[in-house]
Design a protein around this ligand. Structure first.
Ligand code: MRU
Length: 348
């Protein structure tokens, strides 16, 4: 299996595989300050819920380096500003807020600045390491639902690029492939940012996992024609009742899956669960620029000065979700019972 390094912290710099440039070229974006990290998240140099959580944690590490010679008071003030800016860099994926919350807890310790800085770095390393472990546990938990020869449909990119390594939905796909299940993947191109065409297709090709790339609008036909056995997608935020925000287009897939009785699974670490919100209605959905729709790779494909609506995510209602595959096991409906239970339990 090929090791794809999405996020690496080396010699006081955060090195990110630049996902804006893939698959045409493999370039790295180097962050030396927390503002570089803020930019990298906003501009989607790095994307995918778990990946932006880990990246933001290292943004806090870089801020700590910048302010380590401040007085205790100034350090706290500057770190609060840095945390807020990083926290606000994208609104929907809760892993970002989760990571910043963990870092803020450390900053609030009343220790001397140098030792707080060391703790901050240790915490970021832990978040990165833990995400890879979590991905592998999810992949094992999910492997039971993948039958020999299964044809799997997936949306967006949920692989090593979207996490600290391995992947969520794509992690389950990897595990099934390497355990000899002879699977076949259909990857949605995922308009408008094309994470499926640019990133998922790249990862699947790198690993020689057999697949076909399809336009998003082809999925319903494939499902109706019996060419899909199971749908696996990731998540950006899951509410206590199981409603799940994920890449725009996920909701539509779930409706078609229900119509044709195709199992529809979310694969996400428990860090993607927002234990503070009851339903998906409380999830803030990011709206991105109109150019993502009117242009493809800087080429205008629509007339100028028109109305454009470009939400980056949608919410799939819990009744369309067959199960939520987490590192603690597979959560089932009623989610308002199984989700709160998994908060404390090490397995479900
Ligand atoms: O806008 P993006 O590319 O950050 O959106 C990513 C997704 O919606 C993924 O499906 C989700 O974060 C799960 S990734 C493991």
């Amino acid at each position: 299996m090929k090791q794809i390094k999405t996020i690496e912290y080396k010699e006081n710099q955060l090195i990110l595989l630049d996902q804006r440039k893939l698959p045409v070229s493999r370039e790295y974006f180097v962050c030396s300050t927390y503002k570089d990290v803020e930019f990298a998240i906003k501009d989607m140099v790095v994307r995918g819920a778990p990946a932006i959580g880990a990246t933001a944690a290292y943004g806090v590490v870089l801020a700590a380096l910048e302010f380590e010679n401040n007085s205790r008071e100034d350090f706290a003030k500057n770190m609060a500003i840095a945390c807020e800016r990083l926290n606000d860099s994208r609104p929907t994926a809760v892993n970002l807020m989760w990571a910043i919350k963990r870092m803020k807890k450390i900053i609030s310790k009343n220790d001397e600045v140098k030792s707080v800085c060391n703790l901050i770095k240790a915490e970021a390393d832990y978040i990165l390491r833990e995400d890879i472990n979590t991905n592998k546990r999810m992949a094992r938990a999910g492997s039971n639902i993948i039958m020999q020869g299964a044809k799997i449909l997936t949306h967006c990119n949920t692989g090593a690029l979207a996490t600290a390594g391995y992947g969520t939905a794509l992690g389950v796909i990897r595990e099934a492939h390497y355990s000899g299940k002879n699977i076949y993947v259909y990857a949605d191109e995922t308009r408008p940012r094309l994470q499926g065409a640019r990133l998922t297709a790249w990862e699947l090709k790198e690993e020689n996992i057999p697949f076909t790339l399809i336009a998003d609008s082809t999925a319903a036909t494939l499902i109706r024609d019996g060419k899909v056995d199971v749908i696996l997608v990731g998540a950006d935020r899951i509410a206590l009742n199981g409603d799940t925000a994920n890449k725009i287009g996920t909701f539509m897939l779930s409706v078609v899956a229900k119509r044709y009785n195709i199992p529809f699974y979310i694969v996400a670490p428990t860090t993607t669960i927002d234990f503070e919100i009851e339903t998906g209605e409380e999830i803030e959905i990011e709206e991105r620029s109109s150019e993502e729709i009117t242009h493809i790779v800087d080429v205008r494909i629509a007339p100028a000065d028109i109305n454009v609506y470009n939400p980056a995510f949608d919410v799939t209602p819990n009744e369309f979700i067959t199960g939520i595959i987490t590192e603690k096991g597979i959560l089932k409906s009623p989610y308002n019972v199984s989700i709160p239970k998994c908060k404390d339990n090490s397995s479900v």
